[in-house]
Design a protein around this ligand. Sequence first.
Ligand SMILES: Cc1cc2nc3c(=O)[nH]c(=O)nc-3n(C[C@H](O)[C@H](O)[C@H](O)COP(=O)(O)OP(=O)(O)OC[C@H]3O[C@@H](n4cnc5c(N)ncnc54)[C@H](O)[C@@H]3O)c2cc1C
Length: 418
Amino acid sequence: MPPKRRYSAFAIARETLRQHAGWDRAWADRPMKPRYDVIIVGAGGHGLATAYYLGKNFGITNVAILEKGWLGGGNTGRNTTIIRSNYLQDPSAAIYEKARSLYETLSQELNYNIMFSPRGVMMLAQTEHEKRGYLRTAHANALQGVQTEFIGPDRVMELCPIINIDGPRYPVLGALWQARGGTARHDAVAWGYARACSDMGMDIIQKCEVTGVRSAGGKVTGLETSRGPVDCDKLGLVVAGHSGHLAEMAGFRLPIESVSLQALVSEPIKPCMDVVVMANTVHGYMSQSDKGEMVIGGGADGYNNYTQRGSFHHIEETVRALVETFPMISRLKMLRQWGGIVDMTGDRSPILSTTPLGNCFINCGWGTGGFKAIPGSGWAMAELMARGTPGALAAEFGLNRFREGRFIDESVAAGVAH
Ligand SMILES: Cc1cc2nc3c(=O)[nH]c(=O)nc-3n(C[C@H](O)[C@H](O)[C@H](O)COP(=O)(O)OP(=O)(O)OC[C@H]3O[C@@H](n4cnc5c(N)ncnc54)[C@H](O)[C@@H]3O)c2cc1C
């Protein structure tokens, strides 16, 4: 497999001189082979990152990633791109911080500009209760080696002057601030990993829906797909909102609910905000994209569904809430809205686990906040799949925690805000 030509300033200059005729396809479109050592179902960020670290960290490259739609077309291409690691519990802080630190150099590692922008993330404290909660998280983060601090209202104003600090119902009492949190271009993350996987000889098969899981003697042997059967030694299910369906095909049940989570963007305006702000009490979060649009995240639907569209009542609810804290957005026109099917566990923490079916592994439950975790999750899932047992990062996120009552409660940190 010839390695792809590297992207560089020199390559751009060269191609400029020859009408951009010399670029390779970013990833190959190869037919599915009859058998693979490892099959990953789901070409979202988590599935692609799992495949990438299987190749990079363990030398396992006879891998296929099967995707029923187009790669990155699930939640990975639908999220509001917030990256942070200021979670409360030790196992969460460890995996999210691993991911955040990998994001720092991911563009260089993948030779693909994922536009990581560590512009800083602040979570506003707008009630005394919330303030106490964030002070607790800041202390926990100090012990976990995650760099966060609790800042007062003056510093909030300095960092984000468009906030109405003395809001009538919910004045801003301070914020939990993570200066190296930020955003990245979501589909570039998927594309970057896809290109690197393809470069290692892995097959990315799009428009290939998995319809059944085959097994013998309690172990997985292969899959039924819309493109025919395929055999494998190991299987990774990484399908976010569709995890329940895939688990059913593999013969087990998951403690997961699937709901739609919505977001919207405004018309583009001049730069007015260079940090990410989450206002969890009024419930909404906002950042400004490089194009100038205000990217706004709202809540999850209150009932289970598989809808990938937005709804008017959500726009109204989210924007009404945010206008209290950001009065200047009341004049903005909204441009588009959408939804993604998120996979929520009861403790709002992910599942990285072996399953009742031998050699079948699952990575799901990232719910409303898994974009930020993609590199760390892929790293940990690759370790789990290559060794058959979880490493330190995944150890606490097994399915058995639900049976044993060892919940990793992140409902405050991850309830919906990201
Ligand atoms: C509106 C919104 C805003 C969000 N904001 C943030 C945020 O700011 N920060 C953050 O950290 N997280 C955020 N998230 C959450 C984040 O997007 C997800 O946790 C993450 O993208 C999940 O990635 P994934 O790879 O597991 O799933 P996905 O990207 O959904 O990939 C799963 C893939 O599996 C495929 N698939 C499903 N069934 C099958 C089948 N039978 N056969 C083959 N393929 C199949 C799907 O087509 C899909 O492409 C947000 C989510 C939404 C919806």
